[in-house]
Design a protein around this ligand. Structure first.
Ligand SMILES: Cc1ncc(COP(=O)(O)O)c(C=O)c1O
Length: 375
């Protein structure tokens, strides 16, 4: 089956290791196992002893009870039976799209977003429609446009909240309007919520899975818990049909997740508020630094993110975004992601949840680079 290259993943693969200042990363600065143990205050000896005594079987096929319990607690209305473990959110999105969509079905996806959400359904012949997120709307969807895109053949609406790359956050009333539109044609809503909870204020961020009977939330341990190395993600939905169809496909490509990965994830989830608190502290402190930097840059502008770990920085030089990023990396060691990875130009994505030191130094070097550019 042909599929378009996944631009952002290819970009990372090709250049990430050359970075001196990696401010392209989307995870909140990843932690070590030692830090996880310190943060949770777990008794290390007991934890290791229990883990070491476990026979290395496949474990619980659909996710261990402790893992599912921890995930369910991140939602208002879901229980363990509403959770399915996957290899990262990337595994969850892939599984869902293959399980729920048939060739010819209408699929609507926001853009910019994580490319899976539109390129996978397109690859197997879905009738893909793009719902463009525009800067003048602060990168929030135009609901009238969405209304005009849905028809009786619409199987799924793919959204991403908070959004990567823009950092836009759809408020609850907007999510409810999207639910009303989806319900009018009996469509699922897949909401990629890997950045959910990483807000700039204390307001609770609703999940689509708590708002809609055909809502599907996808998330993982990678971004908000700083544990991408565990490669653990999940599907969460009140819909029995989603669980059944996804489980049926899942049997063919994963059996189960690793029991060590599940054990560390369950530990982090049990202490979710502590880890999330630390992550929020980082994104709030770092966004302030980024915001001050943008204010000082005459050729850079942005829509200040409301949540998540990323922002789109628009520049007013006449340079393709890929060339901009390659020159910046080669000349100053600063690694960003070109807008072209999101089908956009004259902008770059920054991941500001890096270590504060790396962000500050990277921005300093980027400032020097901008001064060398002419019109
Ligand atoms: C919106 C979004 N979804 C999914 C993923 C995949 O994350 P993971 O598989 O590490 O959970 C990413 C990673 O960048 C992302 O930004």
């Amino acid at each position: 089956m042909k599929i378009k290259p996944f631009k952002v993943e290819q970009w990372m693969n090709e250049y990430e290791n050359d970075a001196v200042y990696n401010i392209a990363e989307t995870c909140v600065y990843s932690i070590t196992l030692n830090e996880l143990m310190d943060l949770t205050g777990v008794n290390r000896e007991q934890f290791w002893e229990k883990l070491s005594d476990q026979r290395l079987t496949y474990g619980h096929i659909q996710g261990s009870p402790d893992f599912k319990k921890g995930v369910a607690a991140l939602y208002k209305t879901l229980k363990e039976e509403n959770i399915l473990s996957t290899h990262g959110a990337i595994g969850a999105n892939h599984l869902l799209l293959y399980s729920l969509v048939e060739p010819g079905d209408r699929v609507i996806s926001v853009l910019p977003t994580y490319q899976q959400l539109y390129s996978i359904p397109e690859s197997f012949g879905a009738d893909l429609k793009i719902l463009k997120l525009r800067e003048e709307n602060e990168y929030l969807p135009d609901l009238e446009e969405l209304r005009s895109l849905v028809n009786s053949n619409t199987k799924i609406i793919n959204i991403n909240n908070p959004n990567n790359p823009t950092g836009a956050l759809m408020p609850t009333d907007m999510l409810m309007k999207i639910v009303e539109i989806a319900r009018s044609v009996d469509a699922y809503i897949l909401c990629d919520e890997v950045y959910r909870g990483l807000s700039q204020n204390e307001e609770y961020q609703e999940s689509i899975a708590d708002l809609y009977e055909k809502g599907i939330s996808v998330s993982s341990m990678s971004k908000i818990f700083s544990l991408a190395g565990l490669r653990m993600g999940w599907i969460a939905s009140p819909s029995r049909e989603v669980m059944e169809k996804s489980s049926q496909h899942r049997d063919y490509n994963m059996i189960s997740c690793g029991i060590f990965d599940e054990a560390f994830s369950a530990l982090a989830l049990k202490h979710a508020e502590i880890i999330l608190g630390k992550s929020r502290e980082i994104v709030r402190r770092n966004l302030e630094i980024l915001d001050r930097w943008v204010e000082d840059q005459p050729r850079i502008s942005y829509v200040k993110p409301k949540a998540g770990t990323t922002a789109l920085l628009s520049y007013d030089f006449d340079i393709p975004s890929r060339d901009f990023c390659i020159s910046l990396l080669k000349e100053k060691g600063v690694f960003l992601t070109p807008g072209s990875c999101f089908e956009m130009e004259k902008c770059v994505r920054i991941g500001y949840a890096a270590s504060t030191k790396e962000l500050k130094e990277g921005l300093g070097k980027m400032g020097e680079f901008l001064e060398t550019l002419s019109d």
